[in-house]
Design a protein around this ligand. Structure first.
Ligand SMILES: Nc1ncnc2c1ncn2[C@@H]1O[C@H](COP(=O)(O)OP(=O)(O)OP(=O)(O)O)[C@@H](O)[C@H]1O
Ligand SMILES: [Mg+2]
Length: 260
């Protein structure tokens, strides 16, 4: 088993705020890895660095043995890292299939917006992209909604749509930032099944999630951040019984979601 992603002594500072402090861990190929921690722990910041939205202030990030921490984010996408966002980035006036096709352009564009404005090179190219997008929509169970305008979809479907867009690029590593936020119990279970189905397609998955049932049921390994620092790493069972983890969560008793 080889490491897909390796984060070495990474620190990220925003002015006076230290969002990540000397964090090191690996994400293994063929696994589902979880990144958890109370609000403001630095989870999304870590994902933003792993997808090269911004570089670390200190430290190194390697993907399949290659430094990615100073690459532009479209290069990182090209190498095989794809992601969803905590705040949905869906184009509400576009149809479902158009939203997924935008994702297929991001491999060659620096951001989602420029991808949205970019026209396909040819009809043949467009037909190929349409087929790829359709296959991915079928995989997440949304093919029958391909022509629906995204803005009319409920949250659960919007999250599936964003997942389909990330998946359509055929990533080796998929980063999901709170993909189950706002979903009801049934939708969360469906999402858990889908993430396992994605793992079955040989895509490694790295999830940030507050829903502990989801995290504990699907992850092979969990990394815990608190106030920017890694406080624990282990199997779901080890994490559930970890003193520092329990302490970190009890310290945020005002956050109803953050219970273990
Ligand atoms: N672009 C930014 N500019 C300035 N500060 C930031 C930026 N992004 C994050 N931060 C700060 O870094 C810290 C960690 O934020 P981050 O969003 O990574 O936490 P999180 O673990 O994802 O939290 P949540 O569970 O609420 O999503 C917070 O104090 C946040 O305000
Ligand atoms: Mg976050």
């Amino acid at each position: 088993m080889s490491s897909l992603l390796e984060v070495r002594s990474v620190t990220k500072q925003f002015g006076g705020v230290i969002a990540n402090k000397d964090v090191s861990f690996t994400v293994e190929e063929g696994q589902i890895t979880g990144l958890i921690g109370p609000n403001g722990a630095g989870k999304s910041t870590m994902f933003n660095m792993a997808s090269s939205i911004f570089p670390p202030s200190k430290g190194e990030i390697e993907f399949r043995g290659k430094r990615i921490d100073s690459l532009p984010n479209y290069k990182v996408a090209e190498l095989g890292i794809s992601r969803t966002f905590q705040n949905l980035q869906v184009f509400k006036r576009m149809s479902v299939i158009e939203n997924v096709m935008v994702g297929l352009h991001t491999k060659t564009s620096s951001n989602i917006l420029s991808a949205a404005l970019k026209l396909p090179h040819s009809r043949k190219e467009e037909a190929r992209m349409y087929d790829e997008a359709m296959n991915t929509l079928e995989f997440v169970g949304m093919d029958s909604m391909c022509d629906v305008i995204a803005g009319s979809l409920p949250l659960g479907k919007l999250r599936l749509l964003e997942l389909a867009r990330a998946l359509a690029t055929n990533p080796k590593l998929l980063l999901l930032d709170e993909i189950a936020a706002g979903l009801n119990h049934g939708e969360t279970l469906e999402m858990a099944n889908l993430i396992q189905k994605i793992k079955g397609k040989n895509v490694s998955v790295f999830v940030v999630e507050h829903d502990m049932d989801l995290v504990m049921s699907i992850c092979n390994k969990i990394i815990v951040l608190d106030q920017g620092e890694k406080i624990a790493e282990g199997t779901p069972k080890e994490i559930q019984n970890h003193e520092k983890v329990i302490e970190a969560y009890l310290g945020t008793a005002d956050n109803e979601e953050a219970t273990i």
